[in-house]
Design a protein around this ligand. Sequence first.
Ligand code: CAA
Length: 261
Amino acid sequence: MHAMNNVRFEKKGAVAVVTIDRPKALNALNFETLKELQCCFYEIDMDREIGAVILTGGGEKAFVAGADIAHMQELDARAGAEFAELGHQVMSAVENLKQPVIAAVNGFALGGGCELAISCDIRIASENARFGQPEVNLGVIPGFGGTQRLPRIIGRGLAAELLFTGDMIDATEAHRIGLVNKVVLAEQLLPTCMTMAEKITSKGPVAIRLCKETMKNGLEMDIGRACRYEAVQFGQCFATSDQKEGMKAFLEKRRAEFTGE
Ligand code: CAA
């Protein structure tokens, strides 16, 4: 991994923990941070030892407070589109990562920070987490996928309210509307995410990857095609030793020893 100024990367067994660490700017995503995240996700995707990823923010206040407003202030239309394009590449890199990604939302997740959280597979929030798409307060619209992924997760009406009012919601409300899977005490956030990530990495790695890929791609298809696609992907599992081992272990009443082959 290259030296990075704004992103920390650690491996804890088969779990990678990526921390966006610019607490002075509440972890706002500037150009350099986005580039570092891009490199980091590229390397994680290629690393077969990593079975799950936790993404969080440095410091106690913020997950990510948005795209960097100081960076964006002077952009013209073309540079604005290019900045959004880079943001989209990073969000897609998270969404398309082979490994499941859990967002450990430890504070403000606003604008580009909310967009990053909704690019992850699973969101777990601490009690002090806050979510919102406040772009309209700044005279712009979300540029890293907020107008697209938010309605796909919480539905059109609730997304429209958040997008048009710029209102911030707390962790309890985020949980109520299905934006986060659960809410825990701040000190329990990383341990809870780690327990879930370790549970995921204890399963057959090929199955986990195929599950993510099949769910993600199938959601873009009509239900008939998606189910046929699932059947093909299901068939792929039977070409793996993980399937042989998983089913043999069940019938022999022992724990499976998966190899990821
Ligand atoms: N960009 C750049 N700097 C930011 C930032 C951001 N998005 N959010 C916070 N900061 C900086 C502040 O400027 C401040 O810096 P200084 O100490 O140098 O003054 C520092 O972080 C601490 O922030 P505050 O003093 O404002 O902290 P607070 O506790 O009073 O308020 C907050 C916290 C409510 C999150 C507030 O910082 C805030 O409203 N931030 C902006 C949120 C926002 O509008 N995000 C959307 C950005 S647009 C976007 O993301 C577009 C897109 O979709 C791509």
